[in-house]
Ligand binder design. Structure first.
Ligand code: OAD
Length: 272
C-alpha cells in the first residue's frame, strides 16, 4: 500500500500555477498501485466528437440527444434514432484518438495497474492502446437485437447481414429491429461493468476524472465512492463542475494539453 497522502498533497493554495499543480498530481499518481480513470465526452472533444451537452451540429441541431437516446424514442421512430446513431458512427469513423487518449494509454508504462472506466461509446481508449477499459455506456461500434432475443445482449454483426436497405436492419433470428449496443436514458448499465466500476472505485489508490460533467448517474457517483474510501481524486476539465469539490487536485485545462504534460512528469518521477 503506498504511503498515505499528506495534507500538502491534498491542499493546493489558489493561484498555484498549472505546472506546479500538474507536478502535484504526478506526485500523487506515481504512488498509485491502482489508478482508475473515469472519462466522459470531454476526453474525445479534441478528436472532434461533440460532447454530449454541447449543441448538436448540423442536421441534428434541432434534436435534443436526451430525446433521441431512449427506448421510447426508438419505438416511436426507429428509423430516426437509427439514422442519428449512423450519423454519430460516421463522426467516430472519421475521427481518431487524440493526445489525451494516448497519454492515458501511456500511463500503463509507469503504473502497475490502470483501469479506464469510460462513459464514452467511441472505442477510442482501446484504439489508443489502453488495455483495461470498462465501457459503462456500451459501444456505438456494436449493434444488437432490440429484443435481445438470444439473451442479453444479442449482438449482431452488421457486416454479416444479407444486403438490403431496411433502416434499421432486422435481427436475423427474430426479425425485430437492430439497435446500437449503447445505454439509453432510463436503461440500466451493463451489470458486470457497473459492479466492476463500483469495486475498483472503492479499491483503487487514485481516481483521475477526465472530461465529464458528472451529471449522469450512476457513473457520476464513482468519484464520491473513491473519495469516501479514502482514495485521492484528481480532475482534468477546462471547467469546474459537480465533481471538482471532491478533487484533491483540479487541473483546469483541456485533456489533450494537460494529460501529455502529466504523463511526461510522471515518467520523470518514475525514473528518478
Ligand atoms: P458532457 O457533455 O455532460 O460533459 C462533457 C465534459 O467535458 C464537460 O464537463 C466539459 O467541461 C468537459 N470538456 C469539454 N472539453 C474538454 C476537453 N478538451 N478536455 C477535457 N474535458 C473537456 O458529457 P459526459 O459528462 O460524458 O450518457 O456525459 C455523461 C453521459 O451523459 C454520457 O455518457 C451520456 C450523456 O447522457 C448516456 O448516453 C447514457
Amino acid at each position: 500500500m503506498p504511503e498515505p497522502l499528506t495534507e500538502a498533497d491534498r491542499s493546493h493554495p489558489a493561484g498555484v500555477d498549472m505546472d506546479e499543480l500538474i507536478a502535484r498530481a504526478a506526485s500523487i499518481l506515481v504512488r498509485a498501485r491502482t489508478l482508475v480513470v473515469l472519462t466522459g465526452a470531454g476526453v474525445s472533444k479534441e478528436s472532434g466528437i461533440p460532447t454530449f451537452r454541447e449543441a448538436q451540429t448540423g442536421l441534428w441541431a434541432r434534436y435534443d440527444p436526451q430525446e433521441l437516446a431512449t427506448r421510447q424514442a426508438f419505438r416511436r421512430d426507429p428509423e430516426l434514432v437509427w439514422r442519428w446513431y449512423q450519423f454519430r458512427r460516421s463522426l467516430v469513423a472519421a475521427a481518431r484518438p487524440n493526445p489525451a487518449h494516448r497519454a492515458l494509454a501511456e500511463l500503463e508504462r509507469f503504473l502497475p495497474r490502470v483501469i479506464v472506466l469510460t462513459q464514452n461509446i467511441d472505442g477510442f481508449h482501446q484504439a489508443a492502446g489502453s488495455s483495461d477499459v470498462v465501457e459503462l455506456h456500451g459501444s456505438i461500434g456494436r449493434s444488437r437485437c432490440f429484443a435481445d432475443c438470444r439473451g442479453e445482449p444479442t449482438l449482431i454483426d452488421l457486416a454479416a447481414l444479407p444486403g438490403g436497405d431496411a433502416v434499421p436492419p432486422r435481427c436475423p433470428y427474430c426479425h425485430d429491429y437492430l439497435r446500437p449496443d449503447v445505454v439509453w436514458f432510463g436503461e440500466p448499465l451493463p451489470q458486470a461493468a457497473l459492479q466492476r466500476a463500483w469495486l475498483v472505485s472503492a479499491q483503487c489508490d487514485v481516481m483521475m476524472v477526465v472530461g465529464t460533467s458528472g451529471v449522469v448517474y450512476p457513473a457520476a457517483a464513482l468519484p464520491r465512492i473513491a473519495r469516501e474510501a479514502g482514495n485521492a481524486v484528481v480532475e482534468v476539465n477546462p471547467e469546474p463542475g459537480g465533481i471538482t469539490p471532491l478533487a484533491d487536485v483540479f487541473l483546469q485545462g483541456p485533456a489533450g494539453t494537460v494529460l501529455p504534460i502529466l504523463v511526461r512528469m510522471l515518467g520523470g518521477l518514475s525514473e528518478s
